[in-house]
Design a protein around this ligand. Sequence first.
Ligand code: GGG
Length: 355
Amino acid sequence: MARNYRIAVIPGDGIGKETVPEGLRVLDAAATRFGFSLKLDHYDWSCETYQKTGAMMPPDGLDRLRESDSIFLGAVGWPGVPDHVSLWGLLIPIRRSFDQYVNLRPCRLMPGARTPLAGRTEADIDFYVVRENTEGEYSSSGGRHFEGTEREFVSQLTVMTRHGVDRILRYAFELARTRPRRHVTSATKSNGITFTMPYWDERFALMAQQYPDVSTAQYHIDILCAHFVQHPDWFDVVVGSNLFGDILSDLGPAVAGSIGIAPSANINPERVHPSMFEPVHGSAPDIAGRHVCNPIGQVWSGAMMLEHLGEKAAADAIVAAIETLLREGGPRTRDMGGQAGTAEVGRALAEIVAR
Ligand code: GGG
């Protein structure tokens, strides 16, 4: 049977416009080698769209995306448009409308990558951050009150539903069962935040009872950040709320050598809706337009997309190509100590995948 996949492509802002073409180049090489095809629908939605039209995407944007098997996204955010406007205008509506409640973010020290942690090897840094992706601290509930007066104050609600907490915890435990160590760490801050975080802890303890074969640990987010740096080998699957998961999944790749290589998947595990694949990094206005950014996070996100689509062999070939390139001293961008441009790395990866 012909394997054809329809992919919505949104480069977005800044370096997203430079990394997405390299991601597509490598996906194209994988499609040719493994005998499937990708039909691409290109959408130029970005902060520029917002500046021209007052919205990050057109009114029928979500309906258009609904037609796709997956969404391949670059980065969102650009100076001149407040970050919360761009995020809530594009990324968050997609995550929420398509119930992409899992944000899966692998953190691995790749062969040949340089960790800032002295003496650490590949075996020491290899874990997943599982971030809750549709509720928690990212809530639109709150307000600005007594604006412009001395009594001015702002508030924002954190929303944790039993349904939302349980399903992300279950995903983390199920993921742990697929891994040799079978260990889940939970991140909260239950001493300072007295309703939502203790509730998460309670649900975590109950979920753990259903997985006696999985060991667990629980830390406050502050000391957990310290442990990421001092003891990255303690971690296997780390599950956290929307905000804590976001923070940990920048810190994780930083200890693994570069946030430029970190991929992520926004997954609707039930496959009722399309899932979305994007690098962890943002639009990086400081280096955008210079074609020096690292495309590996985008390329690796493409591998996660193929795995989700059922093209496991092609996904594995892309990850193996990244490992080969880094292990064998292939071209690398400045964030990894090299001098290569974005396209040079993309071309080298596509060449290895095609072999
Ligand atoms: N490619 C990821 C990206 O553009 N991130 C922008 C950002 O600020 N994301 C926040 C989030 O993931 O919640």
